[in-house]
Design a protein around this ligand. Sequence first.
Ligand code: KG4
Ligand code: ZN
Length: 329
Amino acid sequence: MSLILGLESSCDDTAAALVTGDRRILAQAVVGQNDAHRPYGGVVPEIAARAHVQILPDLIRHVLAEANTDIAEVDAIAATAGPGLIGGVMVGLLTGKGLALSAGKPLVAVNHLEGHALSPRLVDPDLDFPYLLLLVSGGHCQILEVLGVGDYRRVATTIDDAAGEAFDKAAKLLGLPYPGGPAIEQLAKEGDPGAVPLPRPLVGSGEPHFSFAGLKSAVQRAAASGDHSPADIAASFQQAVVDCLVDRARLALERSDAPTLVVAGGVAANQAIRSALQQLATGSGRRFSVPPGWLCTDNAAMIAWAGAERYERGMVDDLSVPARARWPL
Ligand code: KG4
Ligand code: ZN
């Protein structure tokens, strides 16, 4: 059975993992950089890249030791080659190339979005292609038909902000720390989701696209008015995002024969979003699959797994493969 070392460094998490082709996670570690970026209210690309340079080698040593193995035992090195902050992507990809070169192993250049898209298959052996995927992260908000490994059909995208970006911006307006998603989810537990009237951009429209910029402006007005508690704003905001995601996913499901609805990406860690989409799937007679929270936010197990899916299909890359800031699926 193949053994894949995965590396992830496309944003502000440095991660390494060892995963087998039969879905065993032998070791995995993620080092976040939230404290380094928090004073700036968002990720500073150069700080992130420098941190990856410092952290990644030790992390690789750590996962190899934890799995009680050696680079010689690994079948392939899978590294995120984009999309993301280019400095960080270059650190991880070049580290992967160096290991591949020195150990004489094949390299699999993984699209970070494909890592999220295939991650549910790591923990759900019954999840076959095709499936309808709602991919909601800090940088992306898309609905895709996942037809096979490397075979994606984009059904919808956002016309402005991504869902995670909306959480991060709303959190900033409420004086909450970065990253905003977990902070809003926590505060929302103390608030009334019906307290603050907020818009549901594009809900009811005939194309399944997303928009969150108007929602952010409405949160700004609600926060500035002083009429509402931060908890009520957080709960109402989260409910508005849930309503938008559910409405857009419903439309996409109506137009798709895929038997399973899947949600992945950092925002899929949100309990309110998970349960609303679970209900939607069940009500539409579809199966529902969502990875555990730790596999939704950035990690290297999903990169190693995407690497395993590719490696086993002979999809390996030349060492000249470029690092890409933009790389649509
Ligand atoms: O997938 P991810 O870790 O990184 C990207 O590839 O972007 O997603 C990060 C995003 C951030 O915007 C973060 O605020 C959001 O996911 N997020 C959440 C939650 N946990 C992370 N959003 C809502 N609720 C959460 N519990
Ligand atoms: Zn991600």
